[in-house]
Design a protein around this ligand. Sequence first.
Ligand SMILES: *Cc1c(COP(=O)(O)O)cnc(C)c1O
Length: 409
Amino acid sequence: MFQSHFPDLPTFVTHLECSYTGERQNADQLASVSAAGKPLLVRYDLKALAGAVSKDDVAARPGGFWRYREFLPVRHAENILSLGEVTTPLIPCPNIAENLLVKDEGILPTGSFKARGLALAVSMAKELGVTRMAIPTNGNAGAAMTAYASRAGIVSYVFCPSDTPDINMRETQLLGAKVVPVDGLINDCGKLVAEDKNGIGWFNAATLREPYRIEGKKTMGLELAEQLGWELPDVIFYPTGGGTGLIGMWKAFAELAAMGWIGDQRPNMVAVQATGCAPIVKAWQDGADHAELWPDAHTIAAGIRVPVAIGDFLILNAVRDSGGYALAAPDDEISAAQAEVAAKDGMLMGPEGATTYAALRHAVADGRVGKFDQVVLFNCGPSLKYPMPPVDRALDRHQPIDYAAIAAA
Ligand SMILES: *Cc1c(COP(=O)(O)O)cnc(C)c1O
């Protein structure tokens, strides 16, 4: 069945490259980080790629990120894992602002854009013979990994902070993972996964500790460019945790430009965090190359509660090279932003997505975003998996009913 959907096509991977030192290593073998301990990036023969596929070829294919498969590392079609991915919509919110589009990633399998990265990581793990995988997660990555891993017959171990939304943990368990809630934050979970003290021998799928998740996230940039007619917006606001989405999109734009599919214009990349966990914003303000561990991280936007990111320098480089900036918003503004977009434009964002709108309001107020700028906000996750304000009104139908009071409330 896969064969008919995904015929074996050539891939164009040449090697893996250390994102810090440029040192090369072979592709087609299991890899974690480089010798320097930094993320590895997949490199392609972009000239050959440009010769092998056209925009029209891509346009003729079904929606979803596998339509960009020549841009991706999976060699054999039988290893492509698919759960019905779709092209995610760019939703205008005209009552909030003109020239504003929200890329809504919440309709991907398991409800978040983590499906992009983990479909690639798990497909490559399958291709390279992995039978067990482990991941530290704030919820969405664990669910996405488990869904694709279960499909592939790979066993999942998912370590998450014990205050991860309950629905994420239950979903992930039902999808087949061994879920381990930990009394700490995602970086504490990351240590437990990396140490694997009893030598269970799982493959570590943590953010940027294997080279393929970022290739999946890259498809957000490919898809955005294609949706906008191979043009890019003026500004992208991205809810930044580990930063793979931002780094991945920046990589996508570079690859498309090298292939001649887009021109020189680039969006300002804006890394958005919550005030209670803003290591990238602080590093950007300090002009630092790396971010320091953020103490006592807390925010309602669970998906971006990431106190330390191995790809910090890649996020900061992309933000700076793009002429962008980094902004934080506090939780009360995040909640207000979520309520405003929902009630005015009918678009329910998750708290991480709402953080980008809270940040946009600051950028508009201080003039960094102008009236005519085309802005794209990323809503990366599932709004319905988070606790929402309760409905605190009830009607006793056996008493006289005061319709005027209902209308006024
Ligand atoms: C993981 C996650 C993010 C942050 O993504 P990174 O690319 O790792 O920074 C943002 N929003 C949601 C809903 C997430 O699950």
